[in-house]
Design a binder for this molecule. Structure first.
Ligand SMILES: [Fe+2]
Ligand SMILES: [Fe+2]
Length: 223
């Protein structure tokens, strides 16, 4: 297990994503690193983590998750668009309204909310363009790849991976600014809902980027 990449582990064992999140292991943009290397770099209790992964692998069969590995690329793309792109498109405007609202009410006492607003706005802008780029340019190229092997696909795929990394960095920054999404004592219900939804967006994006980087894009190789 230690020699496998973290992206690969989540591909085989989807439940590991939750565990990796708890340990702050980046399995989507940093999915190419072997688990052993991550354990060393982040000073993680190896025995404890491997034991938890072992428990999860024994539970594997009882968990009902789609079999992403065996989906065709077309099926996987449709799944990503219908599940994750729809989710992002719904939650972004909702979160935008919520963040502006808590900024108005609590910004004076919690000035980090100005930074939250700024980072979120950047993420929103980038994601809106990113989804369109995938749906209109990259995904059609992947669906046609068997018939038309254009090199453009690799150019766009690289750009897309860079955009994933940028989004991943903004998410890390948001987590830092909000002190792991801790609602302050004087925070209202809207504050709480906003931070909860930001975490839902984070989890969904981790899974979304994982499916793209570690499963879908990995199938296309240059040689
Ligand atoms: Fe996507
Ligand atoms: Fe993407």
């Amino acid at each position: 297990m230690k020699n496998q990449t973290v992206g690969n582990i989540v591909s085989q064992l989807p439940k590991a994503s939750e565990l990796f999140k708890q340990y702050k292991i980046d399995f989507c943009c940093g999915g190419d690193k072997p688990l052993g290397e991550v354990i060393r770099q982040q000073n993680i209790n190896e025995e404890e983590l491997l034991e938890k992964l072992d428990v999860l692998s024994k539970e594997k069969d009882s968990i009902n998750t789609p079999d992403f590995i065996n989906m065709s690329s077309s099926e996987l793309i449709d799944y990503i668009v219908n599940t994750h792109h729809v989710f992002v498109r719904n939650i972004l405007p909702e979160l935008n309204g919520l963040i502006v609202k808590i900024l108005q009410v609590h910004g004076i006492n919690h000035q980090e909310l100005f930074k939250v607003h700024q980072h979120f706005s950047l993420l929103k802008l980038e994601l809106e363009q990113h989804l369109i780029k995938e749906e209109e340019i990259l995904f059609p190229l992947i669906k046609e790849y068997d018939k038309n092997q254009s090199n453009k696909i690799f150019e766009v795929m690289e750009e897309t991976e860079d955009e994933h990394e940028t989004a991943g960095n903004v998410l890390k920054e948001l987590r830092k600014i909000t002190n792991d999404y801790q609602v302050p004592k004087d925070g209202c219900t809207t504050y709480f809902i906003t931070y909860k939804k930001l975490q839902e967006l984070e989890s969904d994006l981790f899974q979304h980027i994982h499916l793209e980087n570690n499963i879908l894009f990995k199938r296309l190789s240059k040689n």
